[in-house]
Design a protein around this ligand. Sequence first.
Ligand code: FE2
Length: 386
Amino acid sequence: MKKEIKNTEYTLEKIFKDAKDFLPLLGTDYIEFYVGNAKQAAHFYKTAFGFQSLAYAGLETGLKDRVSYVLKQDKIRIVLTTALNSNSPIGEHVKKHGDGVKVIALWVDDAKKAYKETIERGAKSYLEPVKESDEFGEVVKSGIFTYGETVHLFIERKNYKGDFLPGFIKWDSDYNPSSVGLKFVDHMVGNVGWGEMNTWVKWYEEVMGFVNFLSFDDKQIHTEYSALMSKVMSNGNGRIKFPLNEPAKGKKRSQIEEYLDFYESPGVQHIAIATDDIIQTVRELRTRGVEFLSAPPKEYYTAIPTRLGAHMKIMNENIDELEELAILVDADEEGYLLQIFTKPVEDRPTLFFEIIQRMGAKGFGAGNFKALFESIEREQQNRGTL
Ligand code: FE2
């Protein structure tokens, strides 16, 4: 097992100190996917991932060109949007990228100010501030482009009491599978192109006031065949964390390169969702047909006590159970974490999910990178894309 990667640069105190407060972010508001068939995607996220019906907009609400289903699980909201005609930019997006994340919406107190501050610092405009209202109050939205065709919307909803946003109606469904214990978005990772990582690190620092609080180079993240580089960006209160990946040269094609080839641009690689009982959550997801990456070899699990050292004293996990479910474990100075990664959730090998349970650790499972990437490479091998 590759030795744990330590990065002493990051502490929450440092993030607080270094981050700029011109863009206070209260959290992730929602994530919007552009998909080929939103009705079926909504069924998948309800059935497989335990999301609940929240809101709807489409022909019945006066829209002519699109349909959106909004789903919720604890603090997570996802929106699935599909085009209703052939000349829609939503359809163009799906044609180029396949199903994927279009919008990472951020909850702010002042969407007009968020727009002004980021535009002044060089952001490219996606949506000028616009006020929308219905009988439940008023929402202000604005938006800027980030990597690829992905956008950040700023959502100000302090004067709104509705279920989601004006223009949406409550979605009451007779089909309501139970939650699987997913709580909130822990982090969202972007894959950017060759040589572009530092450009986007600088962009998040300058335009959004984020801090780069953790970095891994290709000497740290590599297997026998492939490599990548990664830098983690965080906003000032640590609620929004965006790791950024860039491919690096290896003997074979790195998973980031494979993503860029199939998504046909930079974009969101994975969404990490927190649970406070990963055993229960993963058991349930597996029962419902969610596919995870295969388990690392047996030696990975027999080496856990040595790898975790002193953390074993506080670790209240059954290692056999972790192995049975293929859950990975890692530790840093502050505690340990448990994590597992799904296979891509669409046919293109692009977006996937991570399920994570943090037991004090603030890292991203660097000690698991090698095991994880070897598992991904086995998948690439099967796809003939390694
Ligand atoms: Fe992650």
